[in-house]
Design a protein around this ligand. Structure first.
Ligand SMILES: [Zn+2]
Length: 190
């Protein structure tokens, strides 16, 4: 196949050269207004075009490769014994869920709890500005046992509204959110 970025022949959707150069991780840490810490490995502008593949056939591979390459090594630096991951709204669109893929690729460190945190508000915001996507309440439904230690997973953090809403429903249900991870941080795109 060809690399999605440089179009050179590659075994993977993203070639080694692109991973080492333009896709070199640039980890960041944000603390949201409610105290939730969010770790990300890319700035949104650097992987914007790749994140837009998420509803396409190639998207699943690209999300998986970026997670293995950039996010997994970061998560491995934390002590994650007996910690679970909770992918945000991991229902299937276009045959797969991008947050479930991220959770799956982190499974050797944090054990995924699939299908536990689903949004009742399913408005699609593709093509709309990021802050509009995060402005509306997702109205989450949480099905989880109490007293678990979890890490929230999303593909991108913009205003932080979605993660804060997920954090709030976890707290309400006695689930302890240790931190959140996303592939991209779009703080500058508020
Ligand atoms: Zn390439």
């Amino acid at each position: 196949m060809r690399c999605h970025l440089c179009l050179s022949i590659s075994w993977q959707s993203l070639c080694k050269n692109c991973l080492k150069t333009i896709l070199k991780p640039s980890p960041s840490k944000r603390v949201l207004e409610d105290g939730l810490i969010v770790y990300s490995v890319y700035s949104y502008k650097n992987i914007k075009n790749l994140l837009h593949t998420k509803h396409t056939y190639h998207g699943a591979k690209i999300f998986s490769e970026l997670t293995k390459y950039a996010l997994l090594p970061l998560v491995k630096t934390f002590t994650c014994k007996d910690i679970y991951s909770l992918p945000i709204d991991d229902h299937t669109r276009s045959g797969y869920s991008h947050t479930a893929i991220i959770a799956h690729e982190l499974r050797e460190v944090i054990k995924p709890l699939y299908g536990k945190l689903r949004a009742k508000n399913r408005t699609r915001y593709s093509g709309k500005k990021l802050y509009i996507r995060e402005r509306e309440k997702r109205d989450f439904n949480l099905k989880c046992k109490e007293n678990l230690d979890i890490v929230l997973i999303d593909d991108i953090v913009t205003t932080g509204n979605t993660l804060r809403e997920a954090h709030a429903i976890c707290k309400k249900n006695n689930i302890n959110v240790i931190f959140a991870v996303t592939l991209a941080n779009a703080k500058e795109y508020k």
